[in-house]
Unconditional design. Structure first.
Ligand code: DP6
Length: 351
C-alpha cells in the first residue's frame, strides 16, 4: 500500500531535545529518461517520470543545529554554498521549510546553519536543486529519527522523497538509486504522486553500469527555472496527448530496463528528450532552450550510431547541454569516435 500525506504527519511527542547537533548527508543528482513536465496542487506531477540516479554528481550538506530560545512559526536559518553565504538561495529554502512544517514540526525548534557543496562543477548545468533538496531532506529525516520513536525503513525512505519533492519535483527522484519512478501509474505497483520509489524489479545488468557524459554546449548554472515551463503546461494545446504519452512511455521504459532492450531504450529516451523541447517550443508563450551546438551534437550521435551501430543516445533536460548515455563497454570507442572530435568540453562518468 502506498503511503498517504496523513501517514507522514508526526503524532508522537518527541522524547529527546538536544541543544546542539551536527548532521551530515550526501545526495545524488538524477537525469530523467521520461520527463516530469507539468504540475498541479502542491508539487504534484501531471504525469509519472523515471530517472537514472547520477551517483557521481552529489551535493554534500552539513547542518549545525542549535536549539532556539524563543519559538517562532518561521525556521531561522542561513545557507552557505562552498563556505560562502548565499542569500539568493534562501527564499526557495524558506518556501521549502514552510511547505514541510506540518510534516516536520520540530524544524522550528532549531536554528539552522546549512553548509553545502557540490561534487559537480558549476559549469555543468546540472541543477543543484534536486541533489540539494534531497540532501537536506535526508538530514531532516535523520533528525526525526533522533527525536522520535523508530519507524520502518520504508516509512523513512518514502518520507525523505516526499519532503524532497516539496523542495523541487525532480528532487523526489534523488533519494535512492539506480532508478527511481515518481508519480502514480496504475500499472506499476507502489507508485505515488507524493514520492518517488525504487521499482521492485531487477534492472538488466547493462543498465547498472550505464554512463552519462554531459557535453557542455552552454556553460554555467541553469538560468531558466523549470517552474515557468511546468506552469505553461496547464494551458498547453498538447497537454492531454503529452500526459497520455508519458504514462505509456514510463511503462515501456520499465520494460526495456528489465529486459535490457537497448534498441528501444534509445528510441524512447531520444523521443522523450525531443518531446520535452517540442513542448517548450509549442507553449504559449513559446521558448527555445536548444542552441546550434545542441543540434550539432544530436546529429553527430545519430550519424555515429548509423555508421557504427554503437548503442549511444542522448537526452536533454531543461537546457542546451546534451547528456550522452551509453553502456560502459563502449566508453573507449566513444572517446575516440565522438568526444575527441567535438569542440565542446565534456564531463564524463556522471552516473
Ligand atoms: C525537465 O524539478 O526543476 O528536468 O518542481 O519546479 O523544482 P520544480 O521543477 P524541476 O523540473 C525538472 C524538469 C526536467 C524533467 C525532469 O527532471 O523530470
Amino acid at each position: 500500500m502506498a503511503f498517504t500525506e496523513q501517514d507522514f504527519l508526526i503524532q508522537e511527542k518527541w522524547f529527546n531535545k538536544p541543544n546542539n547537533l551536527v548532521i551530515k548527508s550526501v545526495a545524488p543528482s538524477n537525469i530523467a529518461l521520461v520527463k516530469y513536465w507539468g504540475k498541479h496542487g502542491i508539487q504534484l506531477p501531471m504525469n509519472p517520470s523515471i530517472s537514472f540516479t547520477l551517483n557521481k554528481s552529489q551535493t554534500q550538506t552539513t547542518v549545525y543545529l542549535t536549539a532556539v530560545d524563543k519559538l517562532s512559526d518561521k525556521v531561522s536559518f542561513k545557507f552557505y554554498l562552498d563556505q560562502k553565504h548565499q542569500a539568493d538561495f534562501e527564499p526557495k529554502i524558506a518556501g521549502f521549510f514552510k511547505k514541510i512544517q506540518d510534516f516536520a514540526p520540530f524544524i522550528t525548534h532549531f536554528d539552522w546553519k546549512i553548509y553545502s557543496n557540490n561534487t559537480f562543477p558549476h559549469s555543468s548545468g546540472i541543477a543543484s536543486s534536486a541533489s540539494g533538496f534531497a540532501a537536506l531532506s535526508k538530514i531532516i529525516i535523520d533528525l526525526e529519527k533522533q527525536l522520535y520513536p523508530p519507524k520502518t525503513a520504508t516509512y523513512y525512505a518514502h518520507k525523505t522523497s516526499f519532503l524532497a519533492r516539496l523542495g523541487s519535483g525532480s528532487a523526489s527522484r534523488s533519494t535512492a538509486h539506480p532508478v527511481m519512478i515518481w508519480g502514480h501509474h496504475p500499472d506499476i505497483k507502489q507508485t505515488s504522486d507524493l514520492y518517488a520509489i525504487v521499482p521492485d524489479f531487477e534492472i538488466h545488468p547493462v543498465f547498472k553500469t550505464y554512463k552519462d557524459s554531459i557535453v557542455l554546449v552552454e556553460k554555467g548554472q541553469k538560468k531558466v527555472s523549470s517552474t515557468v515551463g511546468h506552469n505553461l503546461m496547464n494551458t498547453h494545446a498538447f497537454k492531454n496527448i503529452r500526459k497520455q504519452h508519458a504514462f505509456e512511455h514510463v511503462l515501456q521504459m520499465t520494460g526495456y530496463l528489465k529486459s535490457g532492450d537497448i534498441e528501444n531504450f534509445i528510441k524512447l529516451t531520444e523521443a522523450e528528450a525531443l518531446e520535452l523541447h517540442a513542448l517548450m517550443m509549442t507553449s504559449s508563450p513559446n521558448y527555445l532552450l536548444m542552441q546550434p551546438g545542441t543540434i550539432k551534437i544530436i546529429h553527430k550521435i545519430r550519424n555515429l550510431r548509423k555508421d557504427t551501430g554503437l548503442p549511444v543516445c542522448f537526452t536533454l533536460d531543461a537546457g542546451a547541454n546534451v547528456h550522452v548515455l551509453y553502456p560502459d563497454e563502449i566508453t573507449r570507442q566513444l572517446q575516440q569516435l565522438l568526444f575527441s572530435k567535438i569542440e565542446f568540453e565534456t564531463i564524463h562518468d556522471y552516473v
